[in-house]
Write a protein that binds this ligand. Structure first.
Ligand code: EPU
Length: 350
């Protein structure tokens, strides 16, 4: 177990915000967690689990003990009649896992290509893109309770997945309350990749790609390539322009609320959901308020996708967490004043 002091975090968060971890432990195995929890100098400290840093806004030096998850490994662990079960260490890069599964002939994760972050972060916010969510391919995960040191396994139902949501984003309420936020470290995740694979194509951007090529029966690798092209055209590469993906969730409203908004704003982009509610495109709401390309300090709204906030200061004068949150609040206020909708941020503020 390696304990480090005053570790720069600028290259451990995809916004590129400059901050330090006062104390950081690299977790390369389950044993490193056990050793940390057995160490008298570390066991009582509040802990912060850091994966790829792709969904966080750091607002100052991190005083909690940072557990930087670097558990590696990708392997086929089981083959059932219906699926290949692939297991990956929580520290593996998400996109590398997607690529590896496809190279090895296990389709199913292609729509989730190029999402920044690590495997361990993927169930926390139930990552999703182009019609597929992590929960559609999830089998189970292993985690360690950070207060007791006990290892446990959760299936999909126990993870309580929702839209960009899971049990790992909630603090428990009451003695029987569910909620593992800040309480557990995910060590390994298993995915069920279907043998009876069917492409998921019902998304406007993919349909546009289909229309441009003669290939009407794309395989998983073809879809993977299309998704990579779509994302590269629309979303900033965090290695070039710091960002944390979509900064707000797409809000859901009742059909009545939606009808009211459409009456005022006929062009609003919205999708009807199976449960009768309506999802609004947060990017459209922000764009309609004129935010595209606007900046506050070194925080900016990406000029090709208003839902993405970016670091305009690069690595030399990087954006601060305070600037990102000031911009986020200004956007929330203007969207609320015009549409009566309070946008909910996606990233965790540290
Ligand atoms: N739109 C605008 N202006 C903008 C941005 C979007 O008018 O500046 C409109 C678009 O024209 C489109 C609609 O809003 O009609 C939706 O935009 P898009 O297809 O880009 O998807 P999104 O809803 O903004 C979501 C996810 C993304 C995911 C894409 C593709 C959320 C919060 N975001 O974005 O996920 O990649 O769909 O499936 O659900 C992430 O979570 O970090 C993320 C990038």
């Amino acid at each position: 177990m390696l304990v480090e002091k005053n570790v720069p975090l600028q290259f451990s968060n995809t916004f590129g915000i400059m901050a330090k971890a006062l104390t950081l432990v690299r977790i390369a195995s389950e044993k490193d967690v056990a050793d940390t929890l057995a160490d008298p100098a570390l066991q009582a400290a509040p802990k912060f689990v850091l994966g790829g840093g792709s969904n966080i806004v750091i607002t100052g030096d991190v005083r909690s003990l940072v557990l930087k998850v670097e558990i590696m490994g990708k392997r086929l662990v089981e083959e059932t009649a219906k699926a290949w079960i692939v297991e990956a260490g929580a520290g593996e890069n998400w996109h590398d896992l997607v690529t590896w599964t496809l190279q090895n002939g296990f389709p199913g994760l292609e729509n989730l290509a190029l999402i920044p972050g690590t495997v361990g972060g993927s169930p926390v916010q139930n990552i999703g893109a182009y019609g597929v969510e992590l929960q559609d391919r999830f089998e189970s995960l292993d985690a360690i309770d950070l207060s007791t040191g006990k290892a446990f396994t959760l299936n999909a139902a126990q993870c309580a997945f929702g839209y960009r949501d899971s049990v790992f984003k909630h603090v428990s309420t009451g003695p029987n309350g569910l909620g593992l936020a800040g309480k557990a470290l995910i060590t390994r995740v298993r995915f069920a990749l279907p043998k009876a694979w069917k492409p998921v194509l019902g998304y406007a951007d993919i349909e546009k790609k289909m229309a441009q090529t003669p290939n009407t029966v794309p395989d998983a690798l073809q879809i993977y390539e299309w998704i990579c092209e779509i994302r590269k055209a629309k979303l900033p590469d965090p290695k070039v322009i710091g960002n944390a993906g979509s900064f707000f969730k797409n809000p859901t409203v009742s059909p009545e609320q939606c009808a009211d908004i459409i009456a005022r704003e006929p062009k609003i982009v919205h999708y009807h959901l199976a449960d009768g509610s309506v999802k609004l495109a947060a990017g459209w709401l922000i764009d309609a308020c004129g935010w595209k390309g606007k900046t506050i300090g070194n925080a900016g709204v990406y000029d090709r996708q208003a839902l993405v906030l970016v670091n305009k200061g690069g690595t030399q004068q990087p954006v601060t967490g305070g600037e990102v949150m000031t911009l986020a609040k200004a956007i929330q206020t203007s969207v609320y004043e015009r549409f009566g909708i309070l946008l909910e941020p996606e990233p965790v503020v540290v």
